[in-house]
Each structure stands twice: as C-alpha cells, then as structure tokens.
Design a protein around this ligand. Structure first.
Ligand SMILES: [Zn+2]
Length: 137
C-alpha cells in the first residue's frame, strides 16, 4: 500500500528520498541488503547502530513471515485509527445529525486502539525475551 502511494507521489517525493539517502551515506551510514517492510526501500545502518528507512525512520528488520504479517496488520490498524478519528471529526461537524455516525466510529476507534495496545504489549514482551536470549549468548 505504501509502495503505491510512494509511486503516486513520484517526482519531488522521489527527489526527497534520494536526497535523504545521500545525506545518510554522507553521514557515514551503511546501506544494507535488507529492505523496509513498508516501502521496500533499502535500509541504512547509522553509526549509532540504529537501522532506519529513509522514508519511515526507525524500522525493525524482519526475519520471519509472521513478523511481516504483524507489521502489515499494525500498519493497517494505524491507518484505520486515523480514518476513525477523521470520521469522528466529520460527524461532530454535522452536529445532532452526526450522532449515529459518531457512535459507530467511536466503536471502531476504541477497538482499533485496544488491538494496537495488545500488539504493543506483546511486542514488548517479545523484545524482553530477545534481550534475555542475547545476554545468554
Ligand atoms: Zn520505508
């Protein structure tokens, strides 16, 4: 999905990305063979060790198919969260007429946020486990 929007806004967006990549290299970052799971651009390792995408900033290098799925689901939910917020704002502008819509979108927002929070908790638990594993190695 992000790849599509990236293509649609080609032109000056593309120029920005190329400039950012050049800036990263100039700053001593290394281009990696791994690609951003969201936009497919090559990732860069900064001198600090942090891995970033020139468009999305900090990203996780995914190693398994389930991680890819998790990140895709998270991206979709984050978009839904934004959409719900926009629809709520729109319903509010309509005043009394928008009340029915309001309830529907508040439900969507609430559920989306709950799922995202659950995913983030699970993610934290996973990264703690990985740290423990790294220490053992
Ligand atoms: Zn990206």
């Amino acid at each position: 999905m992000c790849v599509l929007s990236f293509r649609r806004e080609e032109g000056n967006k593309n120029q920005d990305v190329i400039k950012k990549m050049a800036d990263l290299l100039r700053a001593g970052a290394t281009m990696l063979s791994e690609r951003c799971p969201i936009c497919g651009l090559p990732l860069f390792r900064l001198r600090s060790g942090e891995v970033i995408c020139p468009v999305h900033g900090r990203v996780y290098i995914v190693k398994t198919e389930s991680e890819v799925t998790r990140i895709t689901v998270q991206g979709v939910l984050e978009r839904l969260e934004r959409l719900a917020a926009e629809e709520i704002a729109r319903a509010m502008e309509r005043g009394a007429e928008g009340i029915a819509e309001l309830g529907k979108w508040l439900d969507v927002l609430e559920r989306t946020e709950r799922i995202l929070a659950t995913m983030k908790t699970a993610e934290r638990a996973r990264s703690v486990k990985e740290e423990v594993k790294d220490e053992k190695d």
